[in-house]
Design a protein around this ligand. Structure first.
Ligand code: GLU
Length: 421
């Protein structure tokens, strides 16, 4: 177990290892299988030299980690951030393996990233970084090998550059090499909203367990980007009260529910969510402790920790982000009876619609939005009850159940394939 408050508590790869070992032990997986499942299958570190706008040369570091290809090609996003590290990539890649297995997509897991601060880079600099990074990882990606997608600080435009760079090298337009592309370049309807929509579906099912009708439910969301912002918008449309949004510079609160569309407009105009009319500014710490039905961390890792888990006042935690809860906090949430919808289930809507996008690209036949959303709902709701059933049958909490279900599926694929030697 990780010592609470130790620096290790904030190392995602160490947190991933604890959850893995716990589930592997409960499944009685043998030693050999554990070794295979916990070792990333490929790790690539690349240097990305580019010319900055002022003429200087800078060399950035990029990674692509493929954790597993047992159930299909590797799949996972690419993030740009100053604190990207190899250990973070390993954790996020393994979470992609487990996530794809929980929702039963025919994929393994991968993650990539570049250590950089997009806030101080121009569009042209970002394009140069993206193209050179793509060229450096080109040999290990491809529609049948490893399919990147957006993650923190990357978007449709980033995916279009990756698709173009890959296609220029291959001398043919290959839309299926990335997902999360713009609509007119082989993207899918419903993909931008997919992670938030998936969070809505599992939150709705979790609320049913507490017999709370959506019209009476209150939600606090941490993060107002692609995941948190979309979840807020979709939940508000369903009549769920989003009472508080927490961002990096603070939080805004209204007990009667925030007007999400107006808050988005306010942020566009002022650059911040703070000082929004008919709401009260709060510190992020105060906001995390608010009484609510659902707390939806939808930004980054290590938000619910051994330090604050005891003071949360929610019934349900729905993990829109990857790794928002540290392993030492798991026990505290469990003791307090807080119902956790774990990240590898809660935020799987994004990769699920990525899968739909990849299928559509390969078929060259595109679905309407209704079909995308219906199929997403079916997968999210079924997976939610698969995890709950597993938890009940094995008498474990939801996160352990989700890991057990995922490990079991991946281990089964490895057993069937056997070891190539
Ligand atoms: N970055 C997203 C995630 O962490 C989406 C990955 C994908 O669509 O491949 O799940």
């Amino acid at each position: 177990m990780l010592a609470p408050h130790a620096a290790d508590e904030f190392n995602p790869w160490k947190n991933a290892a604890i959850r893995f070992e716990n589930a592997a032990a409960k499944l009685n997986l043998d030693d050999g299988m554990r070794k295979i499942l916990k070792t990333p299958s490929k790790e690539l570190t690349v240097a990305i030299p580019i010319i900055l706008d002022d003429g200087r040369v800078e060399v950035f570091t990029g990674y692509r980690v493929q954790h597993s290809i047992a159930r299909g090609p590797a799949k996972g996003g690419i993030r740009y951030a100053p604190d990207v590290s190899l250990d973070e990539m390993r954790a996020l890649a393994s979470w992609m393996t487990w996530k794809c297995a929980v929702v039963n997509l025919p994929y393994g897991g991968a993650k990539g990233g570049v250590i950089c601060d997009p806030a101080i880079l121009s569009q042209i600099e970002l394009e140069r970084i993206t193209r050179r990074y793509t060229a450096e990882i080109l040999d290990i990606i491809g529609p049948e090998k490893d399919i990147p997608a957006p993650d923190m600080n990357t978007n449709e435009q980033t995916m279009a550059w990756i698709m173009d760079t890959y296609s220029m090298h291959k001398r043919e337009t290959t839309t299926g090499v990335v997902t999360g592309k713009p609509l007119n370049l082989g993207g899918s309807l419903g993909r931008p909203e997919a992670t938030g929509r998936g969070c809505l579906f599992v939150t709705r099912e979790a609320l049913k367990k507490f017999e709370i009708p959506p019209s009476r439910a209150t939600v606090v969301i941490q993060g107002f980007g692609n995941v948190g912002g979309m979840a807020a918008r979709l939940m508000a449309k369903q009549g769920i009260k989003v009472v508080c949004i927490i961002e990096t510079d603070g939080a805004v609160y209204n007990a009667n529910g925030l007007d999400i569309e107006a808050l988005m407009k306010h942020r566009r105009e002022t650059g911040s969510i703070l000082d929004f009319s008919e709401s009260q500014n709060l510190s992020s710490d105060e906001a995390l402790r608010l009484q609510c039905d659902v707390l939806l961390p939808a930004a980054k890792e290590n938000v619910i920790t051994s330090e604050n888990a005891a003071s949360l006042n929610c019934k349900i935690v729905c993990e829109g982000a990857n790794g928002p809860t540290t392993a030492p906090a798991d026990h505290i949430l469990a003791e307090r009876g807080i119902f956790v919808v774990p990240d590898i289930l809660a935020n799987a809507g994004g990769v699920t619609v990525s899968y739909f996008e990849w299928v559509q690209d390969r078929q060259g036949y595109f679905w309407n939005e209704k079909l995308v959303n219906e199929r997403l709902e079916e997968i999210m709701v079924n997976s939610f009850y698969d995890v709950l059933k597993y938890a009940c049958e094995h008498n474990v909490e939801n996160r352990t159940a989700a890991y057990m279900l995922a490990l079991d599926r991946v281990a089964f694929a490895i057993k069937l394939r056997g070891l190539y030697a």
